[in-house]
Write a protein that binds this ligand. Sequence first.
Ligand code: GLN
Length: 550
Amino acid sequence: MGKLRNNFIFITGGVLSSLGKGVITASLASLIEELNYKVNIIKLDPYLNVDAGTMNPYEHGEVFITFDGGETDLDIGHYERFTNIYFSKNNNITAGRIYRDLINKEREGVFLGKTIQVVPHLTNEIKEKILDLSQNFDFTLVEVGGTVGDIEGLPFLEAIRQMAIEFKTKVKFIHVTYVPFLENTEELKTKPSQHSIKKLQESGIQPNLIIVRSEVPITQEIRNKIALFSNLLPKYVLNIPYLSDIYQIPLLLLNQGITKLLIDNKKNNTIKQSKWSDLNIIIKKIEKQPNVVNIAIVGKYTTLKDSYKSLIEALKHSSIENFIKINIKLIDSLKHEKKVIKKELNYIDGVIIAGGFGIRGIKGKINILKYLRENGIPTLGICFGLQLMVIEFCRNVLKIANATSQEFVLDKAVNKAVNNEDFAFVVKLMEDQKYVKLVGGTMRLGNYKCKVIDNTLAFKVYQQEYIIERHRHRYEINNEYLDLLKEKGFIVSGINEELNVVEIMEYVHHPFYLGVQFHPEFNSRIFKPNKLFSFFINFLKTNKFNKTIN
Ligand code: GLN
């Protein structure tokens, strides 16, 4: 399919943020993959951070970790979950990175004698990066973060406008917009969309397709009106009304002809049987059956659901695989500082202690962990979750009262002058982290191998000797305490042999009490759920409904 090489589809957004541009981009990529084309996706983010690693999950949602250790925008997570692609950290281009690279070139003398300007130098830098990443792909989808009209986004819009001139018919633009529904007059309003389409056109960009998000389905009249303002035929205005499940979006777009409208290659533009239609049938069947497992996620970023995006999605993937509904409850660990509020854990079948950073909120997590361990409630600890499992066990079972993590002592905001001898660091700073000076991009990040020890719960989960999962941490379990922990039944069941770092631990006198140093949630896709979550859900289902594990 050589002649379809190097096509670009740019996706912009208008009116509001959070319209689901990321999911729409991911859906489209998956549909194009179903046509057997090679697809890549790039996310352009107008903010000035070099990457998302230093951003607050309360504000920006989760940081998604790529296989090669990129700390990226959470939309990259959607791209992976919907497609077969493995995204590199390079696929998330922030304005911060563009400026940094451009200024570095200036310092190196690349532009000697010249005045460096937004146009053409910054825009050229953007175009170069896009072109580099699009080589050897039939289609490159480029999602432009933010909304049209943002000051920060202007250089990106200018760069993609120029690409339309250079690559002519190989460039298509999709604009995602919002049509509000006014309840008191029961009217759909197109004015905000008209403005955002105008703004886009003012930037010299003519959309080829409009996708309207709305609370209720738009009428033909509304479609015609938007089409008129967009210089398009009404069939080029698609609609995604409010949906309960993001995995319905690919089929919805397919049924409205998105691939035919965008890819004018007559022979290859029909998907005979989309895997998304089969999936939607299964999802509907699951909704109709009565069984539910209740899962709690314990963390401190519970005010914004997006902070645990990958975790929640990974659980959804596994629930579909196990043909069971799940109900997820986010529990704020800060509420459990004094003592565990048992009522909050009523009806909960299994608990996940999520990853996290810093001393705030750990007391509550440790209280909850003690309760879960002592009461045989299935528990999965992720990264920080594993570290806290070890701290709790050392304090309450091994009676090491001053057991803690070096992270809490190094937390400068809390503790200025401390005497290290006062603490037993059962979780300690990793060896190579001692020399790290910068905060951004310096943790142990991305893929690392883990050897799974035979005859353990972990081995039952993975059923293979070596696994690869993604990481994001600075601290590790202190190997000096492993023998003591083992004596009481808290054993190591996964290890990174090269670095001698604990990767998985489990408590043998408990039905399911397992912690992992990695983040399995970054390795789960709707059509390829992660084994650990699938096993966990299957375990909870079997426990509750007493069926055989399949
Ligand atoms: N704060 C811990 C560390 O840096 C755990 C990190 C995490 O949960 N991602 O090691």
